[in-house]
Design a protein around this ligand. Structure first.
Ligand SMILES: [Cu+2]
Length: 272
């Protein structure tokens, strides 16, 4: 069918402006800094943030240019009654943007490798303070080895929150007599901590925003993570796996305290 009539300029103009507006709102959300995560309290957390900002800058440039390009093309090539033109692609352009994308993503991945490796590939130091984290619907429990430095054996048949033994420390094991089990995590500042993460039922998660660390707790596995917090304070521990109806209230606290306060915490709980 032959057409000579021009299409309305208002439709492409509105669509182009809408795209520009959405780009501006998206940019504002990030640039305003109103939705930022709280500052990190570990060196690794700072590396993670640097990587995040770098990735955000690179992807923002691509996002903004491509969306503004789209807005321009929509208006520039609107229906003026002309014959529509098209082509079957351009191998040169295909090669350029595919290569650019590969270089960009592989490059960002390589740059992030250090932050990932120190957390996930390197084990904790030999003198790291070990604390066991046990999750179940819908609580966290933290176990310290006590003065002997040894965790007692666990026995599933002895799990009994009602009798003060939520993780099931075996009463027959002398190593377990001095173990401390508490519902909040207290750690000394500037000391490497290794958490041994377990679950008694379904998949849960240990997440502390300020540590920039998130690790699933998987039944049947003991998963280690390690970090060194360099700032005292009280931080939220959240479960970020939808683990059941009570998931929304599965929550605890990480208290990062001075060495003296940590000793006092151990004494206070050992006495009980
Ligand atoms: Cu959970």
């Amino acid at each position: 069918m032959k057409r000579n009539s021009k299409g309305s300029a208002a439709t492409p103009a509105i669509l182009s402006l809408l795209i520009v507006l959405l780009v501006a709102i998206t940019a504002y959300v990030f640039i305003s800094g109103k939705f930022q995560a709280p500052p990190p309290i570990t060196e690794v957390g700072k590396l993670v943030d640097q990587q995040y900002v770098l990735t955000l800058i690179v992807t923002s440039v691509v996002f903004i240019l491509s969306q503004l390009g789209l807005a321009w093309v929509i208006f520039r090539y609107r229906d003026r009654g002309q014959k529509a033109q098209y082509n079957h692609g351009n191998n040169k352009f295909e090669a350029i943007w595919t290569t650019a994308t590969i270089v960009l993503f592989v490059g960002l991945g390589l740059m992030a490798h250090h932050a990932w490796a120190v957390t996930h590939l390197q084990p904790a130091g030999a003198d790291a303070l070990q604390i066991e984290v046990t999750t179940n619907q819908f609580v966290f429990n933290f176990r310290y080895a006590g003065p002997d430095g040894k965790f007692g054996r666990l026995d599933v048949n002895q799990i009994s929150p009602e009798n003060g033994n939520p993780v099931g420390v075996d009463s027959a094991d002398p190593n377990g007599k001095d173990d401390i089990v508490v519902p909040t995590l207290t750690i000394p500042v500037n000391r490497e901590i290794e958490l041994l993460i377990r679950s008694q039922d379904v998949i849960h998660n240990f997440y502390v925003r300020e540590l920039r660390l998130q690790q699933d707790a998987v039944p049947g596995m003991v998963i280690p993570i390690h970090f060194t917090a360099s700032q005292t304070g009280r931080y939220d521990i959240l479960c970020t796996q939808l683990c059941g109806l009570g998931h929304y209230k599965m929550h605890s606290f990480l208290n990062v305290v001075s060495e003296q306060d940590y000793e006092a915490f151990l004494k206070q709980n050992a006495a009980q």
